[in-house]
Design a protein around this ligand. Structure first.
Ligand code: FAD
Length: 281
């Protein structure tokens, strides 16, 4: 399944960065399998998870300053190759697709098991992720990956200020202010949305990518037991899915404050919101 492996580590002084990118449906209205609760993705146009574009841009900026070698990695069906080709057109050095029938039905924990095996194999100092995926929407994968790898996870990163093969220094967003954090590497970083303006592919990038194909790893290449991934390795399952109820329209009460309060009390009373006092009939 695997054609050739990307280099496992950068030459001295160059850090290896892995960017995790996910392919997601391009639409918000997708159908759901009533039995499994999984999204039905067949026939739906797919794109790169928009949040991952910010992680890619952060990685490419390191590459532009010649401090990093960047590999984009995606787990998904064979057509997830498309997002990796987009990453190659943007300028990443290598791309790796993690695909195997055994991965189907993975929940976030099983997804992180596959990603962990790939990260172990590639040996990066920095693993960059988007803030969350717009379809699964959990934001759990980066944290689960960090737990599995036993490495720190720094979230909401706005910029990578410095990185070498010992530490990474990042600026991150916290409620109402920004803080600068230094972490040992390897580390998982989630990149904040709108932290930068993601670049677009150049014509040259698009023509160069024509002849390049992502490397493909399956369960065997990653040394994974099928029982630990896919639906077998997933401790959670979707019990039911239903459309969220639209919020009800509000009403505006008119008149003096006393009139408005009387009207509000009447409406609440009519709606049965007041429990009778003890002893009241
Ligand atoms: P988040 O945690 O929100 O993503 C955060 C970041 O992690 C992303 O920005 C990205 O950088 C990284 N990331 C997340 N997922 C990937 C990935 N796949 N590759 C690379 N980087 C990634 N989904 C399917 O496509 N097919 C299935 O058959 C399927 N079956 C499921 C079965 C169950 C029981 C459950 C609970 C979920 C299933 N899913 C399936 C959904 C799948 O588990 C999630 O989409 C996936 O684990 C990522 O979670 P998330 O979308 O919430 O990502």
């Amino acid at each position: 399944m695997c054609s050739h492996s990307p280099e496992p580590a950068g030459p001295s002084g160059v850090v290896r960065v892995v960017v995790l990118v996910k392919q997601v449906p391009a639409v918000t209205q997708v159908s759901v399998d009533e039995v499994t609760g999984n999204l039905l993705r067949a026939g739906v146009r797919s794109v790169m998870n928009p949040y991952d574009l910010f992680a890619l841009e952060a990685a490419l900026r390191l590459r532009d300053s010649e401090v990093a070698r960047v590999t984009a990695v995606s787990m998904g069906p064979p057509k997830a190759r498309e997002v990796l080709k987009y990453a190659l057109a943007l300028g990443v050095d290598d791309a790796v697709l993690l695909t195997d029938q055994a991965f189907a039905g993975s929940d976030t924990w099983a997804t992180s098991a596959v990603l962990q095996a790939a990260v172990r194999r590639l040996g990066p100092e920095v693993i960059l992720c988007g803030r969350q995926a717009i379809d699964g929407d959990t934001g759990q994968v980066p944290l689960e990956l960090a737990v599995r790898l036993s490495v720190p996870c720094v979230t909401r990163v706005l910029a990578i200020e410095a990185v070498d093969r010992e530490t990474v220094v990042v600026r991150r967003r916290v409620e109402g202010f920004e803080e600068v954090v230094e972490s040992v590497v390897p580390a998982v970083l989630t990149v904040e949305e709108k932290s930068c303006t993601p670049r677009l592919p150049t014509l040259e990038g698009i023509s160069v990518v024509g002849g390049r194909r992502p490397v493909v790893f399956g369960a065997r290449e990653l040394g994974l037991d099928p029982a630990d991934v896919g639906s077998l390795g997933s401790p959670t399952r979707v019990v039911s899915v239903r459309p969220a109820l639209p919020a009800g329209g509000g009403i505006i009460l008119e008149g003096s404050p006393e009139t408005q309060v009387r009207e509000l009390v009447r409406r609440l009373n009519d709606a049965g919101c007041f429990a009778p006092h003890p002893g009241e009939a």
